[in-house]
Design a protein around this ligand. Structure first.
Ligand code: PRP
Length: 218
């Protein structure tokens, strides 16, 4: 891949990165460092115009929104939480699939929606606020940064809003999924200004990755 413009791609370590690297490699973009071993946060690639920045998942939309990175790969959960302002979302990469759900103690799984008020622990405050508002419920939201499954067990909250993949974490902590809020997968996102000013290069990247997604579905 030969590009006209310099492009910075924001990525996040963990499962998304693991599933993203083979897709980037398929279009000829390979990091010049071993990302598992390296502590570098800006990494050059085999395409001289493309560099990678490695961020926390929730920071990827922020970097792309402000144009500090032209392109990013972020979970739909992070995008729902951060809002779409300043960002295009041209491609569903179909990777890191999971579900954003409400969940609560198994013993209380039959709790109906006649509840008007519920205490909810989550790191997805905006998603949770919108979800309970749609249901006409008042949610007292408690912001946590991880181990959400613990909150109902310890009496901190009635329910959580969190990512469910295999459901193992919930099950092992005596919790059960309740309502589906959204199906999640990773998306390619693009800064709106970069889409104009670096159009040819951004478009070439989108099309190349779209080809990989298509080939994987086929
Ligand atoms: C996520 C999520 C759950 C778990 C769900 O946490 O918060 O705890 O994965 O996966 P499962 O359904 O397969 O058990 P993650 O490990 O991504 O860490 P986090 O707490 O930083 O979100």
């Amino acid at each position: 891949m030969k590009l006209q413009h310099d492009i910075t791609i924001a990525l996040t370590k963990g499962r998304i990165l693991k599933e993203t690297l083979p897709m980037l490699a398929a279009v000829g973009i390979e990091p010049r460092e071993d990302l598992d071993a390296s502590r570098k946060l800006i990494v050059a690639t085999t395409v001289p115009q493309i560099s990678l920045v490695i961020l926390r998942g929730s920071d990827v939309p922020t970097y792309v929104r402000h144009g500090a990175a032209d392109v990013g790969i972020a979970g739909k959960d992070m995008l729902l939480e951060s809002g779409g302002e300043g960002i295009y979302e041209p491609l569903d990469l179909g990777i890191a699939r999971c579900r954003l759900m409400t969940a609560g103690p198994e013993s209380a799984a039959s709790m109906g929606d006649d509840r008007r008020r519920v205490r909810v622990a989550t790191k997805f405050l905006n998603v949770a606020r919108a979800h309970y508002a749609r249901k006409g419920m008042h949610a007292d939201l408690i912001k946590l940064y991880g181990s959400m499954e613990l909150a109902p067990l310890m009496g901190l909250a009635d329910e959580i809003v969190d990512i469910v993949d295999t459901g193992k974490t919930l099950a092992e902590n005596g919790m059960a999924p309740r309502e589906l809020i959204a199906d999640i997968s990773s998306r390619l996102i693009v800064n709106k200004a970069s889409m104009r000013t670096r159009h040819a290069s951004v478009q070439a990247l989108i099309e190349a990755l779209a080809g990989v997604v298509k080939a994987e579905i086929a």
